[in-house]
Design a protein around this ligand. Structure first.
Ligand code: ADP
Ligand code: MG
Length: 246
C-alpha cells in the first residue's frame, strides 16, 4: 500500500530576478514500511523536496498525498494537526530547545497535539530504552554528546507514533561510529513501530542500507537502486568515478 505519493511536484524560488526550479516535476511513490534514501549534490533540491513532502512548505503545483490525503489542499490548522499525528521530522542539526531537558524536548510534540502525557508512558519508556537515553533524560542538550542529541531528536520525532518519518541528513553532523549507531537505532525503532522512512543523506554507506536509493539532480528525481540491486552496478561505477561529487 502506498503511504506517500507525489505527482508532478514543482517548487520554484525567486532569487533576485531569477527563478530557481528547486523541485522539477517530481513523482514518487513510497510503499508502507519502506526505507527510501535520497542522494544528490548540494543544492540539487533534496531538502526542498523533503520539506514539501513533510508539509513544512507548499509546492507551486502538483499533489502530495500521505495515506491518500493531499496535504497541499489542507488549510494551515488542518495541516499542522495532520503533521503532528502522522509525520515525524529529523533535522541534520537536531534543533533541540537548549533550555529544555532531553525529556521535555521529547515531549514537545505531545503538548502541541494536546495529547495527555500519561497515554505515552509505556511508549515513552520503550522509545527511551531503545534509543539508550534512560540515563540522560534530565540533562540539557548542551550536556549531551552529538550522538545523544540526535537520539533525543529521533525520540521527539517518534513520540506521537507517526507513520512516516522524514530525515534530512540526520547523521550529517556525526562521526562514522556515531552515524552508524544512530542509524542502527533509527532503523530498529522504525521496524518496531512499522514506520516508513524517507531520508536525505550524503553518506553512501547509509544510503546503501535503504530499500531504494533515488538521486536528485537539478530538481529531477530518478531511481538509482531498488531492492533487487537494479542499477546497482551503474550506481557503484559512477560512485567510484565521482566520489567527490557527493
Ligand atoms: N527559501 C529559499 N529561497 C530561495 N531559494 C531557495 C530556498 N530554499 C532553497 N533554495 C534554492 O533551491 C535549490 C535547492 O536547495 P536545497 O533543496 O536546499 O538543496 P539540497 O538540500 O539538495 O542541498 C538551491 O538552488 C537553493 O539555493
Ligand atoms: Mg539540504
Amino acid at each position: 500500500m502506498s503511504i506517500l505519493s507525489t505527482e508532478n511536484v514543482i517548487k520554484q524560488f525567486k532569487q533576485y530576478d531569477e527563478v530557481v526550479t528547486a523541485v522539477n516535476r517530481v513523482s514518487l511513490n513510497v510503499e508502507d514500511g519502506e526505507f527510501i534514501a535520497i542522494i544528490g549534490t548540494s543544492g540539487s533540491g533534496k531538502s526542498t523536496f523533503l520539506n514539501l513532502c513533510a508539509g513544512l512548505d507548499r509546492p507551486n503545483s502538483g499533489s502530495i498525498k500521505i495515506r491518500g490525503n493531499d496535504i497541499t489542499q489542507m488549510k494551515p490548522d488542518e495541516l499542522s494537526r495532520f503533521r503532528g499525528n502522522f509525520i515525524g521530522f529529523i533535522y541534520q542539526k537536531h534543533n533541540l530547545i537548549p533550555q529544555y531537558t532531553a525529556l521535555e524536548n521529547i515531549l514537545i510534540p505531545t503538548i502541541m497535539c494536546n495529547k495527555e502525557e500519561f497515554k505515552y508512558e509505556e511508549h515513552l519508556k520503550k522509545l527511551v530504552k531503545a534509543l539508550d537515553l534512560e540515563s540522560r533524560l534530565h540533562h540539557l542538550p548542551s550536556e549531551l554528546s552529538g550522538g545523544q542529541q540526535q537520539r533525543v531528536a529521533i525520540a521527539r520525532a517518534m513520540i506521537n507514533r507517526p507513520q512516516v518519518i522524514f530525515a534530512d541528513e540526520p547523521t550529517g553532523n556525526l562521526d562514522r561510529e556515531n552515524a552508524d549507531e544512530v542509524l542502527d537505532l533509527l532503523l530498529a525503532t522504525k521496524e518496531q513501530m512499522s514506520q516508513t522512512l524517507v531520508m536525505v543523506t550524503h553518506d553512501l554507506k547509509i544510503a546503501d542500507r535503504a530499500d531504494k536509493i533515488y538521486k536528485m539532480d537539478n530538481g529531477v528525481l530518478t531511481l538509482y537502486k531498488d531492492k533487487d540491486g537494479y542499477k546497482r552496478n551503474s550506481f557503484e561505477a559512477e560512485h567510484n568515478e565521482n566520489k567527490q561529487a557527493f
